[in-house]
Write a protein that binds this ligand. Structure first.
Ligand code: GCB
Length: 605
């Protein structure tokens, strides 16, 4: 990776402009909240532009005068300018636009965002603008200068603005477009709301001319008494001495970076282990000569042995739950630390020790809080259902989203599993695509296990088989099944048995049933809490009979918005498989699972 894309020669920049959108942001700064940051959260000006008139002319070519990004004002009373940010609508950032106005509820298209700011950048310092996420595609300009583009709605990106920022009167403009398309990731069809906009924090990040851009500090997976990783500097003074310190553990090592600002390390360290029972974290500091940054990091190992999953060398059973990034207790996408505390608090109340953050990277508060609260994490990218497997740019995009979330979260002890995909069809083209993703994950992060939510098939009336060829490339097998909901009635689970061709741990990564909270009936009346609880009871009995099962993440913690769920009164565009309603009320099945998890915890801890 180049240390500073924006300073490359013009020739190279032209090449970058021709590259796909997702390749155009600058290398990501890790642990951004520990830097000198200025929040740009708050009220932004917003122009709704369903026909993209701010970007394309009538021949569908980009407008030559810069379009809305130029933020033009009429020069005199005769001048014609057909937009005006100052008198336009307002949107809150962070926040999806759909939940901020009734007319935007189903909106899929372009909205232009503008925010003014002043900034006094001291000489010798550099400034970046950082976006936690923009769904789905963002084009970004500062003071009329195009900074770049980003594709993918759930991962962070940043651009250097050192050369373009002025002391006063800066205007930052984004074109954010959440139209779905066949070659995007995800593609056309999802079972969650396509919340558009600047859905996460926006910061200005000020750093020294040469700064610690990124670092990886974890235990070596194969030699667990060894601390291993690397540090990456960015800027003109790339050869430096960098101290790595964990004072509470007496760790202090001095590294020497090479001509590209990179230093690898590996040395013995005595560190207490992070675990769900004792989520021990240490303050770790990376101090270069020109910059220093620190954060709390936990240390643990995770590996497999046959069908067993070992955390710090001991077998563990994952008492999990799936979570969507659906705001608790209000409509819209979750984005705050408070949201994360509520969602993960509910998972804890369920006696869970594990969460599956479905179906895309969630905001960074979730993984940081999981570290603090001692919840293990399955993280995934939105390679969901059907993807344009044979399209090169689609693979590049998926690779890039995976690389961005790994860059952001690789120092989180809670995170044990990277998931490559959800319920994808077992074709050749899909296998090549997913294997290419495993290569990215393994090269960027050799310390974690890889998984995917696969599907099974029936060998006969009562035998389910797990033999998806992609399983051969994974460390842990995930399988989604809906026995009792999409597949028969709840009792069907009683007569099923499971087989798997892989000698690996299995996680049943989804099962569930829809219930409207407060709707009651007998255990075979659909949409009642009793039906949902009935599915859970039969499912849990069945899980007990799968000898190679090492955990489960039922679908799902809370009801969540979905355009695929129109049934009036019952659904009203909510997927009702939550154990907790959209108003925060627990359904009967919550308690069924909670009791089961208390029992399992007693057996394993
Ligand atoms: C699934 C999908 C999940 C859906 C769920 C459902 O298999 O993985 O995204 O929301 O089923 O409720 O149908």
């Amino acid at each position: 990776m180049h240390s500073n894309v924006s300073r490359l020669s013009t020739g190279l920049c032209l090449l970058l402009i021709a590259a796909p959108a997702h390749a155009q942001s600058d290398p990501l700064i890790t642990n951004v909240r520990a830097r000198r940051i200025t929040s740009l959260n708050g009220t932004w000006q917003a122009i709704i532009d369903p026909y993209e008139v701010g970007y394309y002319n009538i021949r569908q070519s980009p407008i030559s005068d810069g379009g809305f990004a130029a933020n033009r004002k009429p020069r005199d009373r005769s001048d014609r300018v057909e937009y005006d940010f100052d008198t336009a609508a307002r949107l809150l950032v962070p926040g999806d636009w759909n939940s901020q106005s009734d007319e935007l509820f189903f909106y899929e298209g372009t909205i232009w965002y503008k925010r003014d700011f002043d900034y006094n950048l001291p000489a010798g310092r550099r400034l970046f603008v950082y976006f936690g996420a923009a769904n789905y595609e963002a084009k970004v300009w500062l003071n009329g200068h195009k900074l770049g583009e980003h594709e993918g709605g759930f991962t962070p990106f940043n651009f250097e603005i050192t050369d373009y920022v002025r002391d006063t009167g800066n205007f930052l403009i984004l074109k954010v477009d959440n139209q779905r398309w066949r070659q995007a990731v995800p593609a056309l069809n999802t079972d969650w709301w396509n919340y558009g906009g600047l859905t996460r924090d926006v910061f200005l990040v000020e750093v020294p001319r040469t700064f610690v851009r990124d670092y990886f500090i974890q235990l070596d997976r194969r030699a667990s008494d060894q601390l291993a990783g690397w540090v990456q500097l960015d800027g003109p003074e790339l050869r430096q001495q960098v101290a790595l310190r964990i004072p509470e553990a007496g760790v202090e090592a001095v590294l020497q970076t090479d001509a590209s600002g990179y230093a690898r390390f590996r040395f013995h360290a005595d560190l207490e282990r992070w675990s769900p029972q004792d989520p021990r974290v240490y303050q770790a500091e990376v101090a270069a000569q020109t910059d220093r940054v620190s954060e709390r990091i936990g240390f643990r190992t995770v590996e497999t042995r046959g069908h067993d999953l070992l955390l710090n060398g001991k077998p563990i059973w994952l008492r999990g739950i799936c979570i969507h990034e659906q705001a608790p207790l209000r409509d819209g996408r979750a984005f705050s630390e408070h949201d994360a505390r509520t969602l993960l608090g509910w998972a804890r109340a369920l006696n869970a020790n594990f969460v599956r953050l479905a179906h895309y990277p969630h905001n960074e508060y979730m993984t940081r809080l999981a570290d603090e609260m001692g919840l293990l994490v399955w993280a995934e990218i939105p390679v969901y259902w059907m993807i344009a497997w044979e399209h090169g740019a689609t693979l590049e995009n998926a690779r890039n989203q995976l690389a961005e979330v790994i860059t952001r979260d690789k120092n989180r002890a809670s995170l044990i599993l990277w998931s490559m995909a959800n319920e994808t069809p077992a074709t050749e083209a899909r296998l090549d695509f997913l294997v290419a993703l495993t290569e990215v994950a393994r090269s960027l992060d050799p310390t974690r296990l890889l998984t995917a939510a696969l599907v099974s098939h029936y060998l006969d009336d009562s035998t389910l088989m797990i033999d998806d060829p992609f399983g051969a490339h994974l460390d842990v097998i995930g399988v989604n099944e809906y026995v009792g909901w999409y597949d028969g009635l709840p009792e069907k689970a009683d007569r099923l048995s499971w087989r798997m061709v892989y000698e690996k741990p299995l996680i049943i990564s989804e099962f569930g049933a829809g219930a409207l909270q407060g709707h009651h009936g007998d255990p075979l009346t659909r949409w009642t809490e009793e039906f949902q609880a009935n599915v859970y009871r039969h499912q849990l009995d069945m899980l007990e009979r799968i000898p190679f099962l090492r955990g489960t993440t039922p679908w799902i913690l809370t009801d969540f918005r979905s355009p695929r769920r129109p049934l009036p009164v019952i659904q009203d565009y909510w997927n009702r498989k939550g154990l907790i309603s959209d108003r925060g009320v627990k359904k009967q099945a919550f308690y069924v699972l909670k009791d089961y998890y208390a029992d399992i915890a007693g057996r394993y801890e």
